[in-house]
Design a protein around this ligand. Structure first.
Ligand SMILES: Nc1nc2c(ncn2[C@@H]2O[C@H](COP(=O)(O)OP(=O)(O)OP(=O)(O)O)[C@@H](O)[C@H]2O)c(=O)[nH]1
Ligand SMILES: [Mg+2]
Length: 390
């Protein structure tokens, strides 16, 4: 059964309507990627979240009434405190109980779940993770963000984490869950450390062979994996029109020069998104180390995105945070050029000229990752850098 989700964004009163709508649209595509259906989208302007329930309960009453309770899940596009999530879920259960009573029904009220934005992202990660390493990183992020809520979240990974064991004398269920999570967190961290070591050795080996690494970074769905696949003809690259298709870093090899004797490694990385809590980025440190250690960064951008400037800013800020002052050159690769074909030639030129001027410092490149021949100039730019870096 597809879950019916109510999407709510609590936004600053200063936010303009267009931005508020784009934020909700992004949340809706996250829900779609997760496999849920959107029952209703709403935002509430508040300068400060409600202390107990984050969103004001009046708004919840209104939504509950509009939908006559016909939804399974409420997702807030914000980062909430665990207590606020619990309070809101309890509040909605009370609404359920009141409605059932009014209708003269004596059944157990349904358990309507409440998630915040991070919960939703972690659920998508959980669904998409295929390697053991990605799974561990997600488990760590989930333990940190969800705490004991993790046990009710139906995560694939918490099944491994399950089997909590027996309750110690004088210990409450919550205490036992906390104890179990602390233990599990240590184990997961140790395992991640091992993978980090393996990856570090692989990077060292590439360096010993004097092979440069170019990391592709960018907003989720910008086309990083597609570009790597086109440039390296690597077969096992997962591409999908969904958010967070890639959750680990894979390296492809790009041959350069007239004789194709030079090569660089192209590293695919996990996509970024706005409002990522630092904990989550921290949990993916091993994967993101490819970016930190790269000799060159290609920031891949969907040129057809309505929110292009905001997304560029989000990615640049996360990169700043990761690189901690390291001044690796970042080249902007504007991708999905073919998606501008709805514009007239003239409008297209004006739009592109505006972008290339605005971001001139980042050597803007224009490509359509679906078409190898459109990438020639980009490959040459990489080759130039490779020579300079070497
Ligand atoms: N029209 C068009 N679509 C593209 C182009 N490049 C990528 N796409 C599509 O955009 C979607 C996302 O592509 P991916 O390569 O998976 O994007 P990504 O940046 O790796 O995304 P994440 O792994 O989720 O961060 C897919 O449906 C691709 O087919 C392009 O140049 N033109
Ligand atoms: Mg990808």
């Amino acid at each position: 059964m597809t879950e019916k989700a109510v999407l709510i964004d609590v936004i600053d009163p200063q936010t303009d309507i267009a931005e508020a709508e784009l934020r909700l649209e992004e949340l809706e595509s996250l829900v779609k990627t997760y496999g849920g259906a959107t029952a209703l989208k709403a935002f509430q302007k508040r300068s400060k979240p409600a202390y107990k329930t984050f969103i004001g309960t009046g708004k919840i009453d209104e939504i509950y009434e509009d939908l006559n309770g016909d939804f399974d899940l409420v997702i807030l596009n914000n980062i909430m405190k665990p207590r606020q999530i619990d309070n809101l879920a309890e509040y909605i259960t009370d609404l359920e109980i009141a409605r059932l009573k009014e209708e003269g029904r004596f059944e157990t009220p349904r358990k309507i779940q409440v998630w915040d934005r991070v919960d939703l992202i972690l659920k998508i990660f959980d669904k998409h993770a295929s390697t053991a390493e990605a799974k561990l990183q997600i488990e760590l992020a989930s333990i940190k963000h969800m705490g004991t809520r993790i046990f009710g979240m139906g995560l694939e990974l918490s099944r491994q984490a399950g089997g909590i064991g027996s309750v110690g004398a004088g210990e409450s269920n919550t205490e036992m869950m906390k104890r179990h999570l602390r233990k599990r967190e240590q184990i997961v961290k140790e395992k991640i450390k091992k993978y980090a070591g393996i990856q570090q050795r692989q990077r060292d080996q590439r360096r010993d062979r004097n092979m440069k690494t170019v990391a592709l970074a960018g907003y989720t769905n910008a086309g990083k994996s597609t570009l790597i696949k086109t440039l390296t003809r690597k077969k096992d690259v997962y591409i999908a029109d969904e958010l967070f298709a890639t959750l680990d870093s894979k390296i492809g090899e790009l041959y350069l020069g007239d004789d194709y004797k030079q090569k660089v490694g192209l590293a695919d990385t996990i996509g970024f998104i706005q409002d990522l809590p630092p904990d989550l980025i921290q949990a993916f440190k091993t994967t993101l180390a490819e970016i930190v250690d790269a000799d060159l960064i290609l920031h891949v951008i969907d040129i057809s995105d309505k929110n292009i400037h905001l997304k560029i800013k989000v990615v640049e800020e996360i990169l700043d945070e990761l690189l901690e002052g390291k001044t690796t050159q970042r080249i902007f690769v504007f991708n999905k050029l073919d998606r501008l074909n709805h514009l007239s030639e003239e409008d297209k030129l004006i739009y592109i000229a505006g972008l290339t001027e605005r971001y001139a410092a980042n050597q803007p490149q224009l490509v359509s990752a679906l078409d190898r021949s459109s990438c020639d100039a980009l490959v040459e730019t990489i080759a130039d850098h490779q020579t300079n870096l070497g």
